[in-house]
Design a protein around this ligand. Structure first.
Ligand code: ATP
Length: 369
């Protein structure tokens, strides 16, 4: 799973990226307009993996991971520059949209003043304009082809017209419902406004845990709710606030120092953990767990997949030779503390191929190859 961090220049994208990936890429008070994208793999914090590792003391502990990519900012009205960003993010699973809400005169703002709601609108529109350009170009190419006698792909044409119509009304494609056929055609079209989106309000340190922060966040939620007029659509948007600068400082500390720092600020855990979790949920992902003396591990799967498909995540042989899955949910396991006790108490279930795997299931696959 890969997420792209996007936003206007100087909104704090690299700061958030550094905090997430514990890297130290240079952040500047000037916009970055060239350079290579930054990539980083991030462990998905999971208290269940921590707890199982404590119990099993395995040789290896493996968390689920997500990858983030950070690149240059989007610019109002600059389609050529923005296309560079869209080309990079066309294959990502979701976008993290960083909005500047912190005040600092030393950090240049591309619109000269801090105004988060205006910036959200600008950025959302740039995504829409980028997609509109793409739809129009493809339709024009189809028309050219038709003139030369080439038969257009009717399904794609219908879909492009539907997208164009929505985009012209300034509706992002994530807020349009597409049937299964349309979704299939959509796969190779590389639109960006269709991607699930996590909005991160990057507030100043002094605004953390204040009414101002709460109000801003509820304004952001209201903005996206108002945009999504089809209640049958699954939510493809989530928002949260954090202070990128503080998060980056915490990420550079050792665990004890970080704990003391968080206690000082009256925060339970870094907001980044929530960001990672929210991204995971938004993509409809869950984790199942495997444990033993060799390894305790979290595996990422899509919500709704069955035990046999989940087995395929580990190895195609296990999927092919699947016999049964021995399953216990993490909470039940913890209530007794060991697999043998769980078995004695009948908490360990034997499930077949079609069992729908739940978040936090600890699974032992029985298979035969
Ligand atoms: N929450 C915050 N509070 C105060 N300063 C911040 C905050 N977040 C980021 N900054 C500062 O803002 C400046 C710009 O940050 P950063 O380089 O991360 O932005 P960016 O969006 O990656 O910029 P660009 O892509 O245009 O280079 C840096 O000086 C950074 O320290």
């Amino acid at each position: 799973m890969r997420l792209a961090i996007i936003g206007l220049s100087n909104s704090g994208k690299t700061t958030v990226f550094n905090a997430l990936t514990r890297q130290n890429i240079e952040t500047t008070i000037y916009p970055t307009v060239t350079g290579e994208p930054n990539y980083g793999i991030v462990k998905v914090p999971d208290y269940r993996v921590d707890k199982l590792a404590e119990i099993y003391k395995p040789k290896k502990v493996t968390y689920a991971t997500v990858e983030y990519v950070d690149y240059i900012g989007l610019t109002k009205g600059d389609i050529t520059q923005n296309r560079k960003v869209f080309d990079l993010i066309k294959d990502v699973d979701a976008i993290v949209h960083v909005i500047r809400a912190f005040e600092d005169d030393a950090v240049l703002h591309p619109m000269n003043e801090v105004n988060p709601m205006r910036d959200i609108e600008i950025l959302e529109l740039e995504l829409i304009f980028g997609d509109l350009e793409l739809a129009e170009k493809r339709l024009a190419r189809m028309e050219e082809g038709a003139k030369k006698g080439k038969k257009p792909n009717e399904a794609e044409k219908r879909l492009l017209l539907k997208c164009k119509d929505a985009l012209e009304k300034e509706i992002p494609l994530r807020n349009v419902s597409f049937d299964n056929e349309e979704q299939k055609v959509m796969k190779h079209l590389q639109f960006v406004s269709i991607k699930p989106e996590v909005v991160v309000l990057n507030v100043g340190e002094k605004d953390l845990n204040t009414e101002k922060e709460k109000k801003l966040l509820s304004d952001v939620d209201a903005y996206f709710r108002a945009k999504n007029q089809d209640p049958s659509l699954i939510t493809r948007h989530a928002s949260l606030s954090l202070c990128g600068k503080v998060e980056m400082e915490i990420a550079q500390l050792n665990p004890d120092e970080a704990r003391a720092f968080l206690d000082d600020l009256g925060i339970q855990e870094p907001a980044l953990n929530k960001l990672i979790q929210v991204s995971y949920d938004l993509l409809g992902l869950i984790s199942f767990l495997t444990c033993g003396e060799d390894e305790v591990r979290a595996w990422t799967i899509k919500k709704g997949i069955n035990a046999q498909q989940a087995a395929g995540k580990i190895h195609s042989d296990i999927e092919r030779g699947f016999i049964r899955a021995e399953v216990i949910n993490f909470d039940d396991f913890i209530s007794v503390g060991s697999m043998s006790l769980a078995r004695d108490k009948g908490l360990l279930r034997l499930e077949g191929k079609t069992y729908e795997v739940k978040d936090g299931d600890i699974i032992n696959f029985r298979f035969n190859v």
